[in-house]
Design a protein. Structure first.
Length: 369
């Protein structure tokens, strides 16, 4: 089986699922872009600068060398997930949606390293403003013009940026190596628990401000619109009053067997299945995954694997053996629960953009032999 390429200009690609989940730490992660990838000669770690401005006492213009040497380096292992991961399931299980037909490989679990955003902002000195809790930190990349805007941007609440427990970093390394261009070289934001759309690549600028980023991809995309928004025209009235996606929901996926495949029983009449699970926003780690072969009437608890580096932000691999009746069509479903008690619903509420789908993981139309 091969990778799923959902577009070449710009490149949007997810690895083949069995390859993606063959290792706990991901080496080949998905690519999600709203613009062409900058040319390698356009990006130079020796000359690149990140400007920090806005509601700060001292604007900073930091080099990559400064980000490496002037601040403590922090490593965080976390899953980075596109808000559209599993959009195909919402499209096929619930109803049609708008957007790229992501399956369930738009996620990667990596070791990211760089200075904490908190430390950088503290060096700039956040201005004394009464409404500090309502301030935002906006990220911008002006390297390449995007499909729907002249630049790419996102923002997160300042309170999250200043919380060391949230581990938001300016990532310079991925899995012990300098970032590749396709994953944001020379520096990108990593905000554990949040949608990948907030992890701005090719970062140029950080601004402390009173409002969210005005960028198109913050204001007109990556929002769970209400069900009354059934098409582009009816969505117009809701874009300005619907909050952007920040935290991602708890989720699980069945990696094997896959929908439509033949599943072989062992001598005890059981079928082996396995997959991955993701915690909700700050709610990790995943503490339980259950699987069912009778539509959720009864559940079998899966075995959770353990790996070096796992924690509250990482995915969790799971496996189980379940009794199944011979024949077709048969199905297996999965549901995850995290440490905060968040549990997958049977089906997500529909939304026009098909984001944040976290209905039960499912392998449908199986032939059991």
């Amino acid at each position: 089986m091969s990778d799923k390429v959902h577009g070449q200009e710009p490149i949007n690609r997810e690895p083949e699922i069995s390859k993606l989940t063959s290792t706990f730490i991901t080496e080949d992660g998905y690519e999600r872009n709203h613009c062409a990838q900058p040319a390698e000669e356009q990006l130079n770690a020796r000359t690149h600068r990140v400007l920090i401005d806005g509601c700060v006492h001292n604007s900073l213009n930091l080099s990559i060398t400064s980000l490496r040497s002037d601040f403590p380096q922090h490593e965080v292992v976390c899953a980075l997930q596109c808000a559209g991961n599993r959009r195909h399931d919402m499209r096929t299980v619930v109803r049609e949606v708008q957007g790229i037909d992501w399956f369930d490989g738009a996620v990667m679990n990596c070791r990211w390293r760089g200075p904490l955003l908190k430390d950088v902002l503290e060096k700039a000195g956040v201005a004394d403003i009464d409404e500090t809790e309502s301030l935002h930190v906006a990220f911008a990349s002006f390297q390449v013009e995007c499909q729907e805007d002249s630049w790419y941007g996102a923002s997160i609440p300042l309170s999250r940026a200043l919380d060391p427990d949230k581990e938001v970093i300016l990532a310079l390394e991925q899995n012990g190596k300098a970032l590749s261009v396709r994953h944001g070289y020379p520096v990108r934001i990593i905000a554990p628990g949040l949608a990948g759309a907030r992890a701005v690549k090719w970062l140029d600028k950080i601004t402390v401000q009173k409002e969210e980023s005005p960028n198109y991809y913050m204001q007109r995309d990556y929002k769970v619109l209400p069900p009354q928004a059934v098409d582009s025209e009816s969505a117009e009235r809701y874009w300005g009053i619907t909050p952007p996606v920040q935290e991602m929901p708890v989720n699980s996926v069945i990696v094997s067997p896959r929908t439509g495949e033949t599943a072989k029983r062992d001598s005890d009449g059981r079928v082996a299945c396995h997959g991955y699970a993701l915690p909700s926003g700050d709610g990790g780690p995943v503490v339980r995954v259950e699987v069912s072969t009778d539509g959720g009437n009864t559940w079998t608890e899966a075995e959770l694997e353990h790996h070096d580096g796992e924690g509250r932000w990482t995915w969790k691999f799971w496996k189980a053996k379940v009794a199944m009746v011979l024949g077709k069509p048969r199905s297996i479903i999965s549901k995850a629960t995290d440490a905060s008690g968040q549990m997958q619903p049977a089906v997500s509420n529909w939304n026009l953009r098909g984001v944040c789908y976290n209905g039960y993981g499912e392998a449908r139309e199986l032939e059991v032999q």
